[in-house]
Design a protein around this ligand. Structure first.
Ligand code: ZN
Length: 575
């Protein structure tokens, strides 16, 4: 950090303090990348040369642009047309890169760029990309765990580089991201991806390889080989062009490995040597999940792409329809869950993470329910919920500011837009029914989703229920979790020898819910759903054929801050 400050002071002298004070790293976004990459896996080397287009995203003219690449890469030149432009190199500590630092170029552009104006720069940079988990180990993450998380590298047997957020192998422009500072890195990445939405990236790759020739994949799609020649008896040069891809919220990922391919309905699986059997098991699981996913989320736009990771403990990673996962570790249960998730991404698209990711996790719960019953789905959601109860812990501090920042429509926290959103979709499904929710999903158009309330309106068109309170408590605000308990229950014998039970359910939390209440009696059980708003009570009556014994609120489908108070024993009723 210190060297960064020193360099900045140096810049202040060069340009005058006013320039320095207004150094805005996020002033420009990059709307197009046209890059030629030289990859030499044996040397771990990456060389890049090409054109990038910068757009001024601010309201004022800008003359200084900041470009950042991984600290293991070096800037070689930056030009506008034929003219070399002046730029200052400096290291910039930021956890957006696996090395924990960036090589920054502070570029003086030849002229002011007007708001929304663009400029093309010819850039060249090169260096090595080695396995590096510095950003994690320096904050105390155990080395093994850190390396299983930051597994990117260019290596002879296997090359995988994920984009912004992992390895900055193409230029970005971001403010500092700090892993030890809460949501900082997610906030920085979220801003960057929003600015990059609609940008395009076009790659030409020259790969120096040792036999046999590996496959080159970008975003899970095979890059077309243009020329492939043997340069010696054991070495070759592959020249490949990758499909131009508009960047979404994804992290553009380059893979070079000797993959085999197996394809089944809706999924392409690329596996490493000796993993044929697990790959076909995965393909079978995907096939078994595909009807369910299509029934809920519609026909696929493209195939799901799964690619193998060589390190068996590597953390899986997903980007759009691509999933990178160690196939050696997968069993048919985990493969089915992963397939249900990835297939959902091929059918359903949304720019809102709580919808896009929430639904893909919801699909996993639906898959388990189909395979093993509702309880298996609830158990699965309970695993996710343990993370949620920590993050949603009732706090003594006022939540007002956080309510909006951490709402599902705004959050950058994965626990919230994945785990909490999954529970929200499950609750919505329990409240409006499968048929209505399927119609809602069929009516969803990502291009029309311009307002956070769009989904609520689609639901209102299919269900007569007023769910404003639910969206207020769960989607538009983060009001924590409900805490449900039976506050009282009285049973009275009727003239027909049945029992009339009066139950009052209390919600001590700040989020309302429609909760299933299960009543057990000697000869069986009954369940009734009851809506209990935040900080409120609701009373209902139910007739049971035998003396009621116990009541349980919440079958596990509602995330709660305290589930220790959910069972209520009933005193034997007075005759
Ligand atoms: Zn996903």
């Amino acid at each position: 950090m210190k060297s960064g400050i020193k360099a900045l002071c140096f810049l202040c002298v060069l340009w005058g303090a006013s320039v320095c004070l207004s150094l805005d790293r996020e002033a420009f976004s990059i709307t197009n990348y046209d890059l030629n990459l030289q990859v030499e896996p044996e040397q771990h080397r990456l060389g890049a040369r090409g054109k990038i287009t910068l757009r001024n995203d601010t309201d004022t003219p800008q003359k200084i642009a900041v470009l950042q690449i991984s600290s293991s890469l070096d800037w070689r030149s930056i030009k506008v047309g034929d003219k070399v432009v002046q730029f200052v190199r400096q290291p910039y500590t930021s956890d957006i890169d696996h090395t924990g630092s960036l090589s920054e170029a502070i570029v003086t552009l030849p002229q002011d760029i007007a708001p929304k104006g663009t400029i093309d720069l010819d850039v060249a940079y090169e260096g090595v990309i080695l396995l590096d988990a510095t950003r994690l180990t320096r904050i105390g993450t155990p080395e093994d765990f850190a390396k299983n998380s930051d597994w990117d590298r260019i290596d002879e047997d296997f090359t995988a580089v994920r984009g912004a957020g992992y390895v900055t192998w193409y230029p970005v422009a971001t403010e500092v991201a700090n892993l030890s500072d809460g949501d900082s890195i997610f906030g920085v990445l979220d801003r960057w991806r929003k600015r990059e939405t609609g940008s395009t990236i076009h790659l030409k790759i020259d790969l120096h390889f040792a036999d046999p020739r590996p496959a080159v994949l970008f975003g899970g799609i095979n890059c077309d080989p243009i020329v492939s020649e043997q340069t010696s008896s054991v070495n070759g040069l592959l020249n490949a062009e990758c499909k131009t891809e508009p960047l979404r919220r994804d992290s553009p990922t380059l893979l070079i490995a000797r993959y085999g391919l197996t394809e089944k309905r809706g999924v392409e699986i690329r596996f490493l040597p000796k993993h044929d059997a697990t790959a076909s098991r995965f393909a079978d699981a995907a096939e078994s999940a595909s009807s369910l996913v299509q029934d809920w989320f519609g026909p696929p736009r493209e195939s799901a792409k799964v690619a193998d990771l060589p390190d068996t403990d590597a953390a899986p990673f997903e980007s759009g329809v691509l999933l990178l996962t160690p196939l050696a570790n997968s069993n048919s249960n985990s493969a089915g869950l992963a397939a249900a998730h990835q297939l959902t991404h091929t059918s359903f698209l949304s720019a809102r993470p709580w919808i896009e990711e929430g639904l893909a996790h919801f699909a996993q719960a639906l898959y388990l329910e189909q395979q093993k019953g509702r309880q298996a789905a609830l158990d699965y959601m309970a695993l996710h919920r343990s993370a949620l109860t920590v993050i949603e812990e009732p706090s003594t501090a006022p939540r007002s500011g956080d309510e909006t920042i951490h709402s599902l429509v705004n959050t950058t926290s994965e626990e919230l837009y994945r785990s909490k959103a999954m529970c929200v979709w499950w609750m919505l499904r329990d409240m409006i029914g499968d048929a209505s929710l399927k119609k809602v999903l069929a009516a969803y158009k990502p291009e029309d989703d311009k307002d956070p309330s769009y989904m609520q309106h689609l639901i209102a068109a299919q269900s007569p229920r007023d769910l404003q309170w639910f969206f207020d408590d769960w989607v538009y605000h983060d009001r924590g979790l409900p805490d449900l308990k039976v506050s009282s229950a009285y049973a009275a014998k009727t003239s027909t020898n049945s029992y009339m039970l009066t139950i009052t359910v209390d919600n001590l939390g700040s989020a309302g819910a429609e909760v299933p209440v299960n009543i057990k009696f000697a000869t069986g059980e009954m369940t009734k759903r009851i809506e209990v708003r935040a900080k409120s009570k609701a009373t209902f009556r139910i007739e049971t054929p035998a003396a009621p014994q116990s009541i349980q609120v919440n079958d596990g489908s509602i995330p709660e801050s305290d589930t220790g108070n959910n069972v209520f024993k009933i005193e034997p009723p007075k005759e």
